[in-house]
Write a protein that binds this ligand. Structure first.
Ligand code: GRF
Length: 194
């Protein structure tokens, strides 16, 4: 029997939502055997909210603060997978426990290199270039209680060119991210459905 997962996606308060949109499209075209039930942003000004609505997905804003965990769980009711797409916080522990090994994050480097608190967006690509790396890429991993830790599910690699700026490298890696998140999610959903 084909799996049909129900997926929630969380984005940050300033998220663009390009990884989120890639996952939604992959569900619509059948690449991922599931459907996105809700997109949750941690702030009302996230551009991802408008993108999700244009794609016909319902959205919610859940602001961090008191009872954040229970409020998130209420907003995610009915979901069996959770994807973090540009969400930069540590998830409340009750949310992690509710989705055992079913919370995925994407990071724009080949973890464990260039991960951890403060390593996001441009900072990652600057550090990769400064370290003289000849290869970078992205990692989809299971989320744990620490930043950018938890087992890797899939890594895709690309070269770092000698004349790369953080922007050119970010653009190359972002294309891989869109492919990797859907591929990893599809693989895990299919594996867990037998
Ligand atoms: C991506 O680079 C992702 O790796 C990181 O946050 C960024 C989100 O970009 N976790 P977008 O909002 O999906 O375009």
């Amino acid at each position: 029997m084909e799996a049909n997962a129900t997926i929630g996606i969380m984005v940050g308060p300033h998220g663009r939502g390009s990884n989120m949109a890639a996952i939604i499209r992959s569900c619509k075209d059948g690449t991922v055997p599931g459907n996105v039930q809700v997109v949750i942003a941690s702030g009302p000004q996230s551009d991802a909210l408008g993108v999700a609505q244009e794609l016909g997905i319902s959205t919610k804003v859940v602001l961090p603060g008191e009872e954040y965990g229970p409020r998130l769980l209420e907003a995610l009711e009915g979901c069996d997978w959770l994807c973090l797409a540009g969400y930069l916080r540590i998830l409340p522990v009750e949310v992690l426990h509710h989705f055992p090994n079913r919370v995925l994050n994407i990071h724009p480097s080949l973890l464990p290199k260039f991960g951890g608190k403060g390593m996001y967006g441009r900072h990652v690509h600057e550090a990769v270039i400064a370290a003289g790396e000849t290869e970078s890429g992205c990692t989809v991993h299971i989320v744990s209680e620490k930043y950018d830790e938890g087992p890797a599910v899939l890594q895709l690699k690309c070269p770092v060119q000698p004349d790369d700026t953080p922007e050119t490298l970010a653009a190359r890696v972002l294309k891989l991210e869109h492919q990797a998140f859907s591929e990893a999610l599809a693989r895990l959903i299919r594996d867990r459905s037998h």
